[in-house]
Design a protein. Structure first.
Length: 202
């Protein structure tokens, strides 16, 4: 089984179309988007419609949470209040409903291998802002959560958000599809093992 994973489109429709075309060429059996349709680019609604129109598992990122709940859930992004207030007015009721029903994570067992997908590791999944902060990559908290039972119980945990490709134990991060250094992740699963490769987007 081949699983394609990409993240952080950030309003870049050209990049989104490019990654979807490359994934199609790889004949992926399943495609997972890890969130962050909005912010930075200027074709956010077009990206949203593109994702809605494909058979893709679309997960919530922090950008979708800001649209749904407001930037007050994260004190680090108060400066983006006007952007998200404006974007909320642009979206149709149908588009907002799609965002609200996007799940925070997806997990499944493929050929006996448990794999978890989410925008980032969780600090408290029941909180309105459930993710760790990016600063936790440097202060040791991220490493601590990587070693927790909640993470170690999976063979693979796939995340985005940091805009970086890295591997830490069973946690694999994929960079932003919509920004410089764009890539996606291709996972191959069979009964024997799970392998993956970061692939640059042309």
């Amino acid at each position: 089984m081949i699983i394609a994973v990409f993240s952080d489109v950030h309003g870049n429709l050209k990049a989104l179309k490019a990654v979807l075309e490359q994934i199609k060429e790889k004949n992926a059996d399943l495609t997972v988007f890890l969130g962050d349709i909005f912010q930075r680019g200027n074709e956010e609604t077009e990206c949203l419609e593109q994702l809605k129109g494909n058979e893709i598992i679309c997960l919530k990122g922090n950008c979708e949470l800001y649209l749904e709940h407001g930037v007050g859930i994260d004190p680090d992004v108060e400066y983006l209040r006007d952007y998200y207030d404006g974007m909320r007015k642009k979206l149709t009721d149908e588009q907002m409903q799609f965002i609200k029903q996007m799940p925070l994570f997806y997990e499944n067992e493929f050929h006996g291998h448990k794999i978890h997908f989410s925008h980032f590791l969780f600090s408290d999944i029941d909180s309105v802002y459930p993710f760790l902060q990016l600063s936790d990559l440097k202060n040791g908290l991220f490493d601590k959560v990587c070693k927790s039972e909640d993470v170690m119980k999976y063979e693979l945990v796939v995340i985005g958000h940091s805009h970086q490709n890295f591997v830490k134990g069973n946690v694999v991060s994929v960079s932003a599809s919509g920004l410089e250094g764009a890539s996606y992740l291709l996972i191959e699963v069979n009964e024997a093992d799970v392998s993956f490769e970061h692939i640059s987007i042309d």
